[in-house]
Design a protein around this ligand. Structure first.
Ligand SMILES: [Zn+2]
Length: 474
């Protein structure tokens, strides 16, 4: 193509797009977006995708249940993750995505690599992600510039893997050799977009570039062929399957069902150990639900619900990591409603480690020893650095916490932690609005019937008995 012909083509494209925009002008494009969390638990779980790209242009919802059962009638954008190889997209899910496209919806698939299950969606339509790194600085194509109405579209990113596409696709972002990183095609009345994950940023806090300047207009364009009704509900969908395990409701979907059964068994094994270690049942109203997440990346706890990554630590190959995680997340439900100052996270993991020790897992002692050793690099005798200081190193806080728990058990055991947890339940009555480290030392003192302020002070903790209203003795 000559330079003049290229300019002419570009001009025609601009003219036709400008015409379409003029017609669509009276009502601004409204987007009802669903971010799928069911195939892969990502940091988009909290509505972040919508806030980053579409705030002010419509509504957001997320899908935690089987994709095949999702009602997409009043949705015009579906955002899918590449997924995990342990959880392929089911045939029924692929049909749901195709039907949504046929009816005018836009689907955005973010992925990197040949093994990503999300390729199953793309392969049906002549594209796939490759394992070839983009390598050079990517740039925008004329097509993208026309779609987003800008001549100079700056592409900022952590380059990802290139796509392989057939002739139906248009490259929107390519490497220097013209090979696509982001491409789109029409499917039925709708639009399918495939992109390297890196173009959308990789940090939860968007501290690396997320390219919102041109992705927002691109998404507004892609969703034009399906209008949605602002007055009708477009709400998030929860994991649809449940199983009752005594007082606990296990939550999962068809794809995570096989993992749910295994995790439920581990939880039932862990729970009585937590009761034995803490000497109490979980706090009232806590730990009613256990959600199985499609990820190896961890879990979370809201107290009432704990969520566990189905293949955390490469479970089931490595069982200890799962026991420790369940102990940790469940452990938060024993600690609440008054979180531990300073060591709320360390004490949760310490509970998980203690369960591992009781189950005879060698990794438990190794984990404990490793963390204490790392802390000793900062404070060899644990008598110099105030772990409560704002600039205390994370390794010091964690390892010193473990050391303190072990020492309290050695000096005031057996069952020192159980004495502490029972006393904490007794002393902290409803209505109390804070729990400070001075309060904590007082509760410990009361639990073991000895003033522990001098001992904590000897370990360089800045604590004072006059700053607490918890009586040190019974
Ligand atoms: Zn935690």
């Amino acid at each position: 193509m000559t330079a003049r012909a290229a300019v002419l083509v570009a001009t025609l494209l601009v003219a036709s797009t400008a015409g379409a925009q003029a017609e669509a002008k009276p009502t601004p494009q409204r987007v009802h977006c669903v971010c799928d969390i069911s195939q892969e638990f990502t940091f988009y779980m909290d509505g972040r995708f919508f806030r980053q790209y579409l705030e002010g242009h419509g509504e957001d919802a997320r899908n935690w249940g089987s994709l095949a059962e999702l009602d997409l009638a009043n949705t015009n954008l579906l955002v899918l993750a590449g997924g995990d190889r342990r959880l392929p997209y089911s045939d029924a899910s692929l049909r749901t995505v195709d039907a949504f496209l046929a009816g005018g919806g836009a689907v955005l698939v973010l992925l990197d690599g040949k093994d990503s299950p999300g390729n199953a969606i793309l392969r049906r339509h002549g594209a796939a992600s490759t394992d070839v790194d983009a390598g050079t600085k990517p740039h925008s194509t004329k097509t993208l510039q026309v779609l987003v109405g800008a001549n100079n579209v700056a592409i900022e990113n952590r380059p990802g893997n290139l796509l392989e596409v057939d002739l139906e696709w248009s490259g929107l972002v390519t490497d220097q050799g013209g090979r696509p990183l982001l491409a789109q095609r029409a499917v039925g009345k709708g639009r399918l977009l495939a992109s390297s994950r890196g173009l959308f940023g990789s940090n939860p806090d968007a501290s690396d570039p997320i390219n919102a300047a041109w992705i927002t207009p691109l998404l507004l364009h892609a969703t034009q062929s399906k209008s949605v009704d602002a007055k009708r509900a477009h709400s998030s969908t929860w994991a649809e399957d449940t199983q009752q395990l005594g007082p606990l409701t296990l939550e999962y979907h068809d794809g995570t069902a096989p993992f749910a059964a295994a995790i439920a068994k581990e939880y039932e094994l862990v729970r009585p150990h937590l009761v034995a270690i803490t000497g109490v049942e979980p706090a009232a109203g806590m730990i009613k639900k256990l959600l199985v997440l499609p990820t190896g990346g961890g879990g979370f706890s809201s107290g009432e619900r704990i969520a566990i990554g189905a293949w955390w630590g490469d479970y089931p190959s490595n069982r200890y990591a799962m026991i420790e995680l369940i102990g940790h997340e469940a452990g938060h439900s024993w600690v609440l409603p008054y979180p531990e100052p300073l060591w709320n996270e360390p004490i949760a993991t310490y509970l998980g480690i203690q369960v591992g020790l009781r189950l005879g897992m060698k990794e438990a002692q190794e984990t404990l020893d490793r963390q204490i050793k790392q802390a000793r690099r900062h404070d060899p005798k644990f008598d110099r650095q105030n772990a409560l200081a704002d600039d205390a190193h994370r390794d010091l806080v964690w390892g010193k916490s473990y050391f303190v728990f072990d020492e309290l058990e050695r000096r005031h055991g057996p069952g020192a932690l159980a004495k502490y947890f029972r006393t904490k339940r007794e002393v902290l009555q409803p209505g109390r609005d804070s729990y400070s480290f001075d309060d904590l030392v007082a509760v410990w003192s009361r639990a073991v019937d000895k003033d522990l302020f001098p001992w904590f002070q000897s370990l360089a903790f800045d604590v004072k008995p006059e700053r607490t209203n918890v009586p040190l003795t019974r």
